[in-house]
Ligand binder design. Structure first.
Ligand SMILES: Nc1ncnc2c1ncn2[C@@H]1O[C@H](COP(=O)(O)OP(=O)(O)OP(=O)(O)O)[C@@H](O)[C@H]1O
Ligand SMILES: [Mg+2]
Length: 401
């Protein structure tokens, strides 16, 4: 039996599309490699859940490693300070690259320097809550700069720090006002300051920092430090039909399996360019058909897999529904009942017999949770296609009880 080549919820086996964003990031890295200088201000990849932020970062990381970069990968946690993790990951990534072991005298000296850098940042972090970012910015700059130079000394290109889920530490702990975890916010400020200073100096600092997070990441960063707004943002959206079709056909083609045109059209139509849904539908179709080399996945296979696909999608929907408050659920139900792909705020307010102003907090919280997103001025839509049907079903079943 052939293995299922689709990767719902996982790094894709065949990376598709994102040519512009990929090229942009690669160009930035190429500059670090060529000139041995800082990549520039913080670059962030943003977009709704499941759109492919982590996949893009992983893809760029893979390429960068081939180009001689050492990658420190950090995945942030909700309302949690994250600098200790950054320091830890930088240190581990150097160790894994075999840097810091033996080598020439010059390298040994540098290793000592870098270790001293780690010790300093770590001691500061462990000493308890820090009130002033200044206590950490300098040490973090030193650490990143030295680590990057050390990689370079060893013939590598430099150090790239990738910070996924960057919105998470900066999120509010309360729903009705912005009240972040203070140390987490401070760490955001420290990171921005350090990156900004390194970018200012630039020369001899072969370092880059790339983040990823939900659409609100940039505005959260701006709350952590005013020049958070200077970060360079790459916004990921849905796939167009060509890339969506390739996401389905390429993994199959590698195993000598084809898709019929109608089957592709049906899945592309259902998934509406959303990579996570495409992977789920692709995987379910494959499992239902259990194809052999040389066979074709047709419309019947898509239909046979649709039950499994729906339940896979339902578990994602349920997770989102579970984190919504009663007021948010009422908002979502009203939005779903409009039965339009893009819904005007006024229509939701009218459904709920209230004003758009009184709904603004609920609306904002739903955006922060990644359940809905803005689609032009005063308009909203669900981030995952099919969620409206799920919401309608939820509302109907609660009414029946
Ligand atoms: N460029 C791509 N080519 C093929 N598959 C992709 C691509 N981007 C994303 N996917 C698929 O879509 C799904 C979601 O991708 P990913 O986890 O990268 O999204 P994300 O934006 O990081 O989501 P989250 O916000 O939940 O972390 C995965 O199953 C992944 O395999
Ligand atoms: Mg992700």
């Amino acid at each position: 039996m052939l293995p299922n080549p689709y990767t719902p919820g996982d790094r894709p086996r065949f990376f598709v599309g994102r040519a512009t964003e990929r090229q942009l990031l690669r160009d930035k890295l190429a500059r670090v490699a060529a000139y041995g200088e800082m990549m520039g201000p913080l670059t962030i990849v943003t977009g709704p859940r499941g759109v492919g932020k982590t996949s893009l970062l992983r893809d760029v990381a893979g390429q960068a490693e081939e180009d001689g970069f050492v990658i420190a990968w950090v995945s942030c946690v909700k309302q949690h300070p994250f600098l200790a993790e950054v320091v830890d990951r930088v240190e581990r990534s150097l160790e894994r690259a075999g840097i810091g072991s033996s080598g020439s005298r010059r390298i040994k000296d540098l290793t000592v320097e870098v270790s001293a850098g780690f010790a300093k940042v770590r001691a500061r972090l462990e000493a308890g809550p820090v009130a002033q970012p200044t206590a950490l910015v300098g040490p973090l700059e030193d650490l990143l700069g030295r680590a990057g130079r050390l990689v370079r000394e060893r013939g590598g290109s430099g150090l790239i720090v990738m910070i996924d889920e960057l919105h998470a530490p900066l999120e509010s702990t309360r729903e009705w006002e912005y009240a972040p975890e203070q140390q987490a916010l401070l760490h955001g400020g420290v990171l921005l300051n350090a990156v900004q200073n390194l970018a200012g100096e630039r020369a001899g600092l072969p370092v880059g920092v790339i983040g990823a997070g939900l659409p609100q990441t940039k505005s959260l960063l701006t709350r952590a430090a005013t020049f958070g707004e200077r970060s360079h943002e790459l916004v990921l959206g849905e796939f167009d039909d060509t890339d969506a079709a390739r996401l389905l056909t390429e993994p199959a083609a590698a195993l000598d399996v084809t898709w019929s045109a109608e089957a592709v059209t049906e899945v592309v139509r259902t998934a509406r360019g959303y990579p996570q849904s495409l992977q789920i539908l692709g995987a379910a179709t494959w499992d239902a058909a259990a194809p052999e080399r040389g066979s074709e996945l047709d419309l019947a296979a898509v239909q046979a897999g649709s039950h499994a696909a729906r339940s896979a999608l339902a578990s994602i929907f349920e997770a989102r529904w579970a984190v919504a408050t009663a007021a948010e659920r009422a908002f979502l139900s009203a939005m779903a009942r409009v039965q339009q792909p893009v819904v005007r705020r006024g229509e939701i307010a009218a459904m709920l017999a209230t004003s758009t102003e009184s709904l603004s907090m609920v609306r904002r919280n739903l955006i922060v949770k990644g359940i809905v997103e803005e689609a032009g001025y005063g308009r909203l839509r669900f981030t995952i296609p099919g969620f409206e049907r799920f919401v309608l079903a939820q509302t109907t079943s609660t009414r029946e009880h």
